[in-house]
Structures are given as C-alpha cells and as structure tokens.
Design a protein around this ligand. Structure first.
Ligand code: ADP
Ligand code: MG
Length: 317
C-alpha cells in the first residue's frame, strides 16, 4: 500500500527503523555482527543506518580489544602469582627442611630402638609403631602442603573446612616461627561452617600473612615477647580470619599503599612487595574482603572475610 499524507511514515519507514533497532539490540546483547541494509541514497534513514552500522562495528572492535587486554592482564597476573610463589617457596625451603627434620629424627630414634629389641612382639612394640606412623603421617602432611603450594592450577572453588588452608600454611611456617621465639596461637571457634574456596590460593594468602607477621615480629625490641594470634570465627554469612601480631605496626602514611603491587619496606632480596596485592586479588576472586587495621595496644591485624558455603555470590571476578 502506498503511503498517504494522513497515514504517513509507519509503513514506509517501519522496516528501516526495525532494521536499525535490530542492530542496536544486537549490540546490547553482545552480537556486533548485525547490520542494517542501506540503499545509499543519502536519505536521513540511509545516513542513520550508516551511523548505526559504524557504531556497531566500532563497539565490536572496542569490546574485542578490551577482551584481549583482559586476557593479557590475566596472563600477567598468573605469571606474577607464580613468581611470588617461587619466591616464597625459596623463603620457605629452610623452614620446610626443619619441619621435616623433627619427625625424621623421631623415626630414626624409634627405628634404632626397635632394632635393638629384635625379639619384642608386635604387641609390645605397638606404642612405638604408632608414634612411628604418626611421624610418617606428619611428614606426608608437610610434603602435601609444599606440593599444594607449588601448583599453578586454575581456580577451583570447592567447599572447604574453614581452618584447612590456615592449617596447611601453618604446617610450613610454625617451626620457623617457633625458632624465632614467636608465640603463635590458633583459636578456632567450634562448629564453623565451610567456606567456598580454592585451597591452593587460600593457602598462599595465609602464607603471605604469616610471613609478613613473622618479618614484622623479627624487628621487635628484645623485651617484648613476639606474639601472633590467629582467630577464625563465624559472623553472619561469612567466616572471618584475623591475624594479629604485636609487631611495630604500620604507620598511617604507609598503610594506604601496602596493597599496591611492588610496594615494600623490606630490603632488596627480602621483599618483592607482591604478597598483599596478590592476596587481595585472590580474596576478591573468592568474593571476600582482605583488610588491615591497627592492633591494640600495638601491632597489625589483617582480616580475611570469606562467604560461607551456600551464600550466593559471584566468584572469580
Ligand atoms: N604484619 C605486618 N606488620 C607490619 N608491616 C606489614 C605487615 N604486613 C605487611 N606489612 C607492610 O606491607 C608491605 C607490603 O607487604 P607485601 O605486599 O607482603 O610485600 P613484602 O612482604 O614483599 O614487603 C611490607 O613491606 C610491610 O611494610
Ligand atoms: Mg609479604
């Protein structure tokens, strides 16, 4: 039907407007390949089609570029994560050797004891054999912790016992803390709910917080006994981990920068300044929060909050 003056544009420009809105709707839902047909007459609708088509193409290019840059950032972050892990593995090596030494010595002594009593029955040696196997289990746990830590696996969120990753981190560091004279105490509220998390990455966060506390406590003047209290408790829809040391604390001017990549107050070769920034990223991937507050009467407190299993949230962003 031909358009008339009193029943104008609908039928004539209806399909053209529909084509334009198809392009716009395509852009809105992330499909940048839709184009409006043009008649190349230079009419207002043709110009509009040209503009909408160019806009769709440009937005498409921009989105592709953003996506590539995001992937590149993710790759760089993964490399940083690995570099920081390798540095802490190096730092941990001495501690791990000590951790392993203790059960190893126990195993040596028990084996000597048992060989010195060749005629003892299994029943008579039961207690010693139990101690022997507990020492072997302890060595296994330490080796597992190192293996877990060294892995560069993709993010894998599963329900975890709330204290598990802290315990895995402590398995690698408690001996070193003890040697440094630090009184380290883990206080776990009974019947804690599980958290959704990636065990490897959470272990890395807690290793970072523990090594930072250890470093801070090594600067304490002689008369103050160094102390590190780790508390895990449940609060509303979250599990809250707090690491409180009575070290020198963090001056306010510095506190704003501690989560920045490469910010460190430690000497070259000791601090890379990546621990807190990476930990911050990891906790955010867990839809959680990592923050610092001064401890009373002195020292630092780092707090990690993670959602309980079953709480709906967006992970991995
Ligand atoms: N428990 C703490 N007590 C005092 N200062 C701390 C503590 N934890 C972190 N910091 C400060 O934050 C800085 C950044 O920490 P981090 O990102 O782990 O890097 P690094 O440990 O390699 O220096 C440290 O250099 C230190 O100044
Ligand atoms: Mg650190």
């Amino acid at each position: 039907m031909a358009p008339s003056d009193d029943n104008p544009p609908n039928e004539q420009i209806g399909p053209e407007i529909a084509a334009l809105s198809d392009v716009l709707l395509g852009v809105a839902r992330g499909d940048f390949g839709v184009r409006a047909n043009r008649d190349f007459t230079g009419s207002p609708t043709d110009v509009l089609a040209f503009l909408v088509n160019s806009m769709a193409e440009e937005v498409g290019d921009l989105v592709r570029q953003l996506h590539e840059e995001r992937q590149e950032l993710q790759r760089t972050r993964d490399q940083l994560l690995l570099a920081a892990k390798l540095t802490s593995l190096g730092e941990l090596a001495a501690g791990v050797a000590h951790e392993l030494n203790q059960p190893l010595t126990a195993i040596h002594m028990l084996v000597e004891l048992l060989t010195a009593r060749p005629n003892a029955t299994i029943a008579e040696s039961h207690g010693d054999l139990e101690t022997l196997s507990e020492a072997a289990r302890r060595m296994g746990r330490i080796v597992d912790s190192v293996r877990m830590f060294g892995r560069a696996a993709p993010l894998k969120m599963v329900p975890l016992a709330a204290p598990a990753a802290v315990q895995a981190a402590l398995a690698l560091l408690s001996e070193g803390l003890e040697r440094q004279g630090v009184h380290a105490e883990l206080r776990v509220e009974p019947a804690l709910p599980k958290v959704m998390g990636d065990a490897d990455r959470l272990q890395q966060v807690f290793i970072n917080l523990l090594t930072n506390a250890r470093d801070a406590l090594s600067e304490l003047p002689g008369q103050t006994p160094p102390e590190l209290i780790i508390e895990i408790r449940s609060e509303r829809d979250r599990v809250v981990y707090s690491f409180t040391d009575n070290g020198p604390g963090i001056p306010e001017t510095i506190a704003q920068r501690i989560f920045d990549p490469f910010f460190t107050t430690k000497s070259v070769g000791i601090g890379m300044g990546l621990g807190l920034s990476l930990s911050h990223g990891i906790v955010r991937e867990h839809a959680g929060v990592l923050r610092h507050e001064p401890a009373q009467p002195r020292g630092s407190r780092f707090i990690v909050e993670l959602p309980k299993v079953g709480v709906s949230c967006r992970f991995g962003t």
